[in-house]
Ligand binder design. Structure first.
Ligand code: 5GP
Ligand code: MN
Length: 315
């Protein structure tokens, strides 16, 4: 944390980057850090290669997150919740990080983190990147405003699946309680993150639920194709949240949701409630990453439907 503090202290122009397909953790972390650094006199730009979902627009300062990067070169890049440079999706940034042209502070909690930064503030025991930041802000003795508290709690809420995933610990509740005492609005978070579905999104979710199958090996698999998005007038970001419903069948190995995107890729999301299964072992086979209980990957391709028919002989 001291080294992370030093590298920030020595910089003026700071670019904070969230990962592609952004979630509450990467956006909450980005905005909380943006707020703290801007108040401390830094020139801060926040960006994410993909548009943030509607459900996160309520987060204080969300309009500050740009999609297109300004030409101006930063003197420090901070990545939040990204396990590898590829997760940032900006080609020029990926190259910059690989060439080590600009110092990088990598703040994350993924066990699969590639430690690609000049400094790496990675705590794999933290339930969210916002938990890592919470500890960092405490270390730096930074006053947490209600806005910052809301961003941090949103990340914790998001990555613990509303305190339902197995990464939820006593410290998750301690931190949540402290953030609430500092003015985080839980009702605001719940209203905005969980009660903001559109009819198009519900119709897409209907397709996901209808397509769910249990494999011979005891996994639940569902899929959405490009035509599902077209016919329900929805988009891939409308999938956020549905996998938690799929991942609710007892005694299954894991749950996999496959979704096509417009660029000819298939995105796989993996969840498991099974203690014996490490989801990153499966996502890793397809070049992805994530956490033991929640992981993902993206590969070029299309989804094909495979139905097997057989005749059962009658006596
Ligand atoms: P989701 O299924 O919600 O998109 O992702 C679940 C977890 O896996 C998240 O922590 C996410 O960051 C990670 N993840 C998803 N896709 C990829 C990927 O292509 N590469 C890596 N390294 N991690 C991924
Ligand atoms: Mn996270």
């Amino acid at each position: 944390m001291e080294d992370a503090f030093k590298i920030i202290d020595q910089s003026e122009k700071i670019l904070i980057l969230s990962h592609r397909n952004p979630d509450g953790d990467t956006i909450g972390a980005n905005l909380a850090l943006h707020n703290v650094l801007a108040v401390n006199g830094k020139q801060v730009i926040s960006a994410c290669a993909d548009q943030i979902p509607f459900s996160l627009v309520f987060l204080p300062g969300s309009s500050k997150i740009l999609i297109n990067l300004p030409d101006d070169k930063p003197d420090l890049i901070i990545t939040v919740d990204a396990s590898s440079p590829a997760q940032l999706k900006y080609e020029n940034i990926i190259t910059t990080i690989q060439k080590k042209d600009i110092p990088v502070l990598n703040i994350d909690h993924h066990a699969t983190n590639k430690k690609f930064g000049t400094e790496n503030l990675v705590d794999v025991n933290a339930a969210s990147t916002t938990e890592v930041l919470y500890n960092f802000f405490k270390f730096m003795e930074i006053g947490i405003t209600p806005q910052i508290a809301t961003c941090l709690l949103a990340g914790l809420y998001s990555d613990t699946g509303s305190f339902m995933h197995s990464n939820t610990s006593r410290s998750s509740f301690d931190i949540a309680s402290d953030l609430m005492s500092k003015g985080a609005s839980l009702s605001f978070i719940i209203e905005n993150m969980f009660k903001t579905h559109t009819v198009e999104q519900l119709r897409l979710w209907g397709r996901v639920l209808e397509n769910a199958r249990k494999n011979k090996n005891g996994s639940i698999v569902s899929k959405v194709t490009q035509s599902d998005f077209d016919e329900t007038q929805s988009s891939p970001r409308d999938l956020t949240g549905i996998i938690n419903y799929l991942n609710s069948v007892p005694n299954t190995k894991m749950t996999i949701l496959l979704a096509e995107d417009t660029k000819g890729n298939v995105k796989g999301s993996i969840r498991t409630q099974n203690n014996k299964i490490d989801a990153t072992k499966i996502s890793g086979k397809f070049g992805g990453g994530g956490h033991a209980k929640a992981a993902g990957f993206t590969i070029p391709g299309k989804i094909i439907s495979e139905e097997v028919w057989r005749i059962e002989k009658l006596d």
